[in-house]
Design a protein around this ligand. Structure first.
Ligand code: P6P
Length: 336
């Protein structure tokens, strides 16, 4: 794995393409397509605050088009980019009720990859200038090449992912991804429009002192989560921990991977399976976590081992430093 800092993402992809099993260059083209879409969305996200000023004439932009919500725009940009480059046979998105069949112009449909995306996670944070993110997950199709994709292509367990990653549109814009050989982070130089390898071989610290959970829901949490939160707040050993909750999954995940920590979105009496989606939020983040020596579970079993049953199903999510996730699971199992 090439880890020389300041390598560009393009150079990195080429250098490491050979290390990817069954490399046919398609995955590299796919990562490049995501890179391009990320730059387009980054531009829109960064000027979001100016829309009211630019679009002073009301809810239309200078082309007279209806001013799109950014998550709708991000969804369209990622889908359009993936379709135009003819490298996938199917796409699923948080913004789309059903999966999208992608036919090739030669009608042979020889493409073998499918992509699942949350095009702009946490988009409600844009109005208050808090960072948001794009999350993506890539699988090889399991139905025969050349035939229409089926729902089963999308309902594969997360363990089958061949690549996953996120873009965090924060104080700087970063693309962080894995193809199964570790996790690498690339920072966008906006002046050049180039991503540079800034965080090679990212690893979760084995433990940490940060816990990320929306404690406003405390009264609704299962007893095991309540007990773990109280454990984090006790004055003992390396505790009390620090509570940090941005309300943007990719941002909380990213900070915890660098500093050590745990993110929890549990089920509750008001959200029977939690809030986060298995296929395009929890599975890709769980794949990244495990590739970075972290852990991700639903409180009892690894996220990546869950057999999906529906495209938009939700699961409880415990993710971060391995020792912290294991401790939280102890409290969950004690109260099962
Ligand atoms: P709550 C954003 O809507 C999101 O999907 C995640 O990015 C974030 O961690 C979570 O939901 C925040 O949800 O219920 O705490 O506001």
């Amino acid at each position: 794995m090439m880890t020389k800092k300041n390598t560009t993402l393009g150079e990195f992809i080429i250098e490491n393409q050979a290390s990817f099993q069954y490399s046919s260059g398609e995955l590299s083209k796919l990562i490049n397509a995501i890179r391009l879409a990320a730059k387009v969305v980054n531009h829109e996200v960064n000027k979001a605050g100016l829309v009211d000023i630019i679009g002073a004439a009301g809810d239309t932009n200078i082309q007279g088009e209806d001013q799109q919500k950014l998550d709708v725009l991000a969804n369209e940009k990622f889908i359009q980019t993936l379709k135009n480059r003819e490298i996938v046979c199917g796409i699923a998105s948080e913004e789309e009720d059903d999966f999208i069949q992608v036919n090739s112009s030669d009608q042979k449909n020889q493409n073998k990859y499918i992509v699942l995306i949350d095009p702009l996670d946490g988009s409600s944070n844009i109005d208050v200038n808090v960072s948001v993110g794009t999350i993506f997950s890539i699988y090889r199709r399991i139905s025969p090449i050349g035939t229409p994709v089926t729902i089963d292509d999308f309902l594969q367990p997360g363990r089958n992912q061949i690549a996953a990653g996120y873009v965090v549109y924060g104080t700087s814009t970063m693309l962080v991804y894995t193809t199964g050989d570790g996790v690498n982070g690339f920072t966008l130089n906006p002046a050049l429009g180039t991503f540079y390898l800034s965080h090679p071989n990212m690893k979760y610290p084995q433990t940490g002192k940060i816990y990320s959970v929306n404690e406003g829901n405390y009264v609704h949490f299962p007893q095991g989560v309540k007990d773990y939160i109280k454990y984090c707040q006790e004055e003992e050993d390396d505790r009390p921990y620090t509570s940090r909750y941005i309300g943007s999954l990719v941002s909380d995940f990213h900070r915890n991977m660098i500093k050590g920590g745990i993110y929890i979105y549990p089920k509750s009496s008001v959200a029977s399976e939690g809030k986060l989606r298995l296929l395009y939020e929890c599975n890709p983040m769980a794949y990244l976590a495990e590739q970075a020596n972290g852990k991700a579970s639903d409180g009892f079993r690894p996220i990546l081992d869950i057999q999906p049953t529906e495209l938009h199903q939700r699961v409880p999510f415990f993710c971060g430093s391995s020792k912290m996730v294991e401790k939280a699971e102890e409290f969950m199992q004690r109260n099962q």
